[in-house]
Design a protein. Structure first.
Length: 255
């Protein structure tokens, strides 16, 4: 037998409390995280170029000023896709393991998962970040020349310059951001509890206090009422009895 349809007027809502609703699969989380990260990095890349040039030791103008603000954007996008995918993949996996099947995980579970994911993401993204920043300040003109020159002169470790600082920057950011993010999601689900399929949408289950659906407009509390004597009728009855009494002796004399 199929599931019973909801009663008319009922509302379909998210499950109560902290139950997970339409949780995406691991693959969906990885792909969505990678493409979302790349979209954000490409969108704000001009601002990142300005920030990098303002921090450059040779000065803002000599680092490129306001020209070529998208120089190095390809390297940034190529690093953002795997970096975002690794972050959200590690985050979802670590969070799943740490919460141990609990429907309402503690905020510390989200914080630990986010810090582990941020560390893993930094290991993947740091080479692209180093190449991007050097292209932003004009040290290299193209992505292939930047990669080839750095590999020849600095080796593999040159792509991980500043890794410790990047990790120290990302850890507190992830530690604060994702517990807040998950807490707000849980709060939103709790606020929507009133939309859960309510079998009785009427807040008053019995709006009619009278159990009789067709009440009598003239209810009679006494099912066998005693009629009130009418004075005129009583006098007529008394007169009739007198007449009967007077006719009785007359009939006896005739007979």
């Amino acid at each position: 037998m199929g599931a019973k349809p909801p009663p008319p007027g009922s509302k379909l809502l998210l499950p109560p409390r902290d139950e997970v609703v339409l949780k995406p699969s691991f693959a969906v989380a990885v792909l969505a995280g990678g493409f979302a990260s790349a979209t954000v990095d490409v969108t704000i890349f001009p601002l990142d170029s300005l920030k990098t040039r303002l921090q450059a030791p040779q000065g803002f103008q000599r680092a490129g000023g306001t020209t070529g603000l998208f120089r190095g954007v390809l390297a940034a996008a190529m690093g953002a896709v795997p970096g975002g995918a690794v972050f959200f993949g590690v985050y979802e996996y670590t969070r799943h393991i740490a919460q141990g099947g609990a429907t309402s995980p503690h905020w510390s579970t989200d914080a630990v998962a986010a810090t582990v994911a941020a560390t893993a993401s930094c290991l993947v993204r740091n080479p692209a970040v180093v190449v991007t920043q050097r292209m932003q300040v004009g040290q290299y003109g193209t992505l292939p020349s930047a990669v080839a020159t750095m590999w020849r002169t600095e080796g593999a470790m040159g792509f991980y310059a500043g890794l410790q600082v990047s990790v120290l920057r990302e850890l507190p950011f992830a530690f604060i951001q994702f517990p807040l993010y998950e807490s707000l999601k849980r709060l939103l689900r709790r606020s929507q509890q009133h939309d859960i399929m309510d079998p009785n949408p009427n807040p008053n289950p019995n709006p009619n206090p009278n159990p009789n659906p067709n009440p009598d407009p003239n209810p009679n509390p006494n099912p066998n009422p005693t009629p009130t004597p009418d004075p005129d009728q009583a006098r007529l009855e008394e007169r009739r009895r007198r007449q009967e009494a007077e006719r009785g002796p007359a009939r006896a004399q005739v007979s």
